[in-house]
Design a protein around this ligand. Structure first.
Ligand SMILES: Nc1ncnc2c1ncn2[C@@H]1O[C@H](COP(=O)(O)OS(=O)(=O)O)[C@@H](OP(=O)(O)O)[C@H]1O
Ligand SMILES: [Mg+2]
Length: 350
């Protein structure tokens, strides 16, 4: 199975959704302080992105049985108070699709069509058959702040991730280590894509030719830097810091939002990604499926805190031991050791 058609459709869907999100983020950042605290722009972009991806996948792959596991549902949009938002989403989706030459002849979507497209995302996933997995805007807090976010789309086949696409509209094409803050704005952003057994590639969101990327080859943790969530509520920063100290990592943490962390790591911007949610949080498959294959196909490893690979075959949630750790093959054994020691210390200090 080559998944060529599926990858082409996924790249197209994620790129179009990214354009829609960029447009909304730009308007949001230009708006006044009052409307910046308003949640509706991110809501409109979230739903709009999901509708566009769902529409494009169905259109491009008409012969396939279509199952999509995605973050948003239409509950609120079907209420009386959701009608104005639904109108805005429908206009945004039609504008995005209308700009695309191949869909220029497609009749405008009605609000019902948009609701139907979003509702395709209701699938539960699982170990049998094929399921698309979508986070229409991963890193919504970063999106609102004007920072990093991603459109993350993956395909599961018999419970395994077989392809993944990460559109990161605010991630510069050059390494974040080389980038000055002045030049990091107004860039086109990156599209990472990976197919099982075929490596990971990166291109600009406006369609430059793809280049193959590899994770960092660093073997000495003292030279490594590590990524973690921007939001302290999403990952235990003190635990990461204890692990980094044990490993001898000298650099301070690099905190960026969303699966842009997986993309940046896949091209060697940093060597380690540590994620330890607070107790009781259950990770969703759409927050990791695309990022996971982007990193593993670039030569990296993604496991839970016990060293087990992530299992995407259990439905919407990942059944995890404690957290998620990501690095290259050389650093993984010492990282696992440091993770184990730091977790034990944390438990015994309680
Ligand atoms: N409490 C808690 N713990 C752990 N993770 C959480 C939590 N709450 C949310 N989320 C999920 O985190 C997604 C954002 O990814 P990151 O944590 O990498 O981003 S950030 O750097 O913190 O902004 C974010 O994705 P989006 O909701 O798509 O933005 C959530 O799915
Ligand atoms: Mg998310």
């Amino acid at each position: 199975m080559t998944y060529d058609k599926e990858l082409a459709a996924a790249k197209k869907a994620a790129s179009l959704a990214a354009t829609l999100c960029q447009k909304v983020q730009k308007a949001l950042l230009q708006s006044d302080v009052h409307s910046k605290s308003d949640k509706s722009p991110v809501t409109v972009a979230d739903y709009g992105s999901q509708a566009v991806v769902s529409f494009v996948l169905e259109k491009e792959l008409p012969t396939e049985l279509f199952s999509l596991v995605a973050e948003e549902d239409t509950g609120d949009l079907r209420t009386e108070s959701g009608q104005e938002t639904l109108q805005r989403i429908t206009k945004l989706v039609n504008d995005s699709l209308g700009n695309e030459e191949v869909y220029a002849d497609t009749p405008s979507l009605s609000t019902e069509d948009v609701l139907r497209a979003i509702d395709h995302g209701k699938s539960e996933g699982g170990a049998v058959g094929r399921h698309w997995v979508l986070d229409p805007i991963d890193g919504t807090k970063g999106f609102v702040r004007g920072d990093q976010y991603a459109i993350a789309l993956a395909l599961l086949d018999e419970g395994k991730v077989v392809l993944g696409v990460l559109a990161c509209p605010n991630l510069p094409l050059a390494s974040i280590n080389q980038h000055s803050s002045e030049s990091s704005h107004d860039k086109v952003g990156c599209l990472f894509f990976a197919k099982v057994g075929e490596g990971t590639y990166m291109q600009s969101l406006d369609g430059s030719s793809p280049v193959k990327v590899h994770v960092s080859a660093i073997a000495n943790p003292e030279e490594a830097s590590f990524f973690e969530s921007f939001e302290a509520a999403h990952s235990l920063h003190d635990l990461s810091s204890s692990i980094a100290k044990k490993l001898g990592v000298k650099a301070p943490p690099v905190r960026i939002d969303s699966q842009a962390k997986y993309g940046a790591l896949s091209r060697g911007d940093g060597a380690i990604y540590l994620r330890f949610p607070h107790k009781g949080y259950r990770e969703k498959i759409w927050d990791h499926a695309a990022g996971c294959i982007v990193v593993t196909e670039a030569g990296g490893e993604v496991t839970d805190a016990a060293g087990n690979p992530l299992d995407f075959s259990k439905g919407k949630y990942l059944d995890l031991d404690t957290g998620i750790i990501v690095t290259n093959k050389k650093l993984m054994p010492s990282l696992l050791k440091a993770v184990r020691a730091s977790i034990e210390e944390k438990v015994s200090s309680l």
